[in-house]
Structure formats: C-alpha cells, structure tokens
Design a protein around this ligand. Structure first.
Ligand code: GRF
Length: 202
C-alpha cells in the first residue's frame, strides 16, 4: 500500500478528486495518509478533516529560510514513510534538497500545456495570449518551476467567448480526471523515466 501525502494551499478540489478515485477503485493500493498546507485557512484542510485524514500546517513565517522550511517538511514526510508527494495547488517552489529527497516521487498538476504558460497564472496567461488550444499537465517536480518530466497531458479548445473563470472550470474538470490517472500509473509502476521523457507502459 503506497502512502501518499497531498500538499495544497487552497481549495483542494484536486485532493477531493483523488480521494474519490481511491474510494471508487480507480486508484488501488494507495491511500492519502496526510494533507499538508502552508496556509491555515486552506479549504483543502477542511476537506481532509471531513475524510478523517490527518492534516498538518507548515507556516513559512515559522522558519528562518526556505531551506529550513523544506528540511522540516522532508523530515516529517520521511517520518511518515511517505512514498509519493502529490502537489495539488501547492503554491510554493520546493528547494533542490526537497527534490533530491523525493526524486521522481513528487507530482504536480498545472493548468496549461507545459512548457507553455508556467507559473501561477497559467489559465489567464493562455487566454490573454490568444491560444486556441490549452489544457493541463501532470509532471514530476524537478528543481525548476513547472519544468519536470511530463507524465500526462490533455488538450482542450479555447472558446471565443471564454473568460478566465469559464476556461478554468473546464480545465479543472480535466484535472480531476487526469491527476488520478497519473497517480494510478505511478502506483502500478507503469512510468519509466528516460532523461526527461516519461514512457508509460500499459
Ligand atoms: C489547479 O488548477 C492546479 O492546476 C493548480 O492549482 C489549482 C488547484 O486547484 N496547480 P484545487 O485547489 O485543487 O481546487
């Protein structure tokens, strides 16, 4: 049974989607055993509590540096014997030390077709640029911002009358389907990493 920790700073709809996938068997042999946030007010924590999942808040202001913050988190994750770290709207860049401690065991989801529109405004940037197609990306986390090996991607047409909200809503629906798929592939050992390419053997 793989032990998953979900890191979230906000709403936690992806956390909810992952929990639903575990509950209905789309992800087997894995459990979310921990939800961590950098924000006490994150609704993701409320969702976790409703599912009786232990939560923990690491407040950045309690640590002297990013390195110290990440070190505390690494120690905690290791003490909890976490196999996979799933970032779901976690709005912090992790340090190289964190990446090294969980190399190819940290996933992130991003609301654009990377490498286009990285950063915190992926949906708004894609809309403003005028692309006709966007989508979402699940990738492993490396030292860069939204640069790690891509696990799954799916595209979505941008409609002429789209707003950030309407586009975000459709991207979210896509994320909720794609993230559980990527986690399931990882749990079943189906992802092979060659350089920066992930090869999926089904
Ligand atoms: C998602 O759009 C994800 O792509 C981005 O942050 C958002 C998190 O949404 N990284 P939620 O908190 O899971 O609802």
């Amino acid at each position: 049974m793989k032990r998953i920790a979900v890191l979230a700073s906000g709403n936690g709809s992806n956390l909810e989607a992952i929990l639903a996938a575990i509950a209905d068997g789309r992800i087997q042999n894995a459990r979310v055993v921990l939800v961590i946030s950098d924000k006490e007010e994150a609704y993701a924590l409320v969702r976790a509590q409703k599912h009786n999942i232990p939560t923990r808040v690491f407040r950045p202001q309690d640590y002297p540096s990013r390195e110290a913050y990440d070190r505390a988190m690494i120690e905690f994750l290791q003490a909890e014997a976490i196999d996979l770290v799933v970032m779901a709207g976690f709005m912090r860049l992790v340090t190289p030390e964190f990446v090294a401690a969980f190399r190819h065991r940290i996933m992130n989801i991003h609301p654009s077709l990377l490498p286009a529109f990285p950063g915190t405004r992926g949906v708004a940037d894609a809309l403003a640029y005028g692309v006709k197609v966007t989508g979402c990306t699940v990738h492993f986390v490396d030292e860069g911002m939204d640069t790690g090996p891509i696990i799954l991607q799916e595209a979505l047409p941008v409609r002429p009358d789209d707003t950030v909200d309407s586009l975000q809503e459709r991207i979210h629906a896509l994320e909720h389907r794609l993230y559980p798929q990527a986690i399931d592939l990882w749990v079943r050992g189906k992802i092979k990493i060659r350089g920066r390419r992930c090869c999926i053997d089904e």
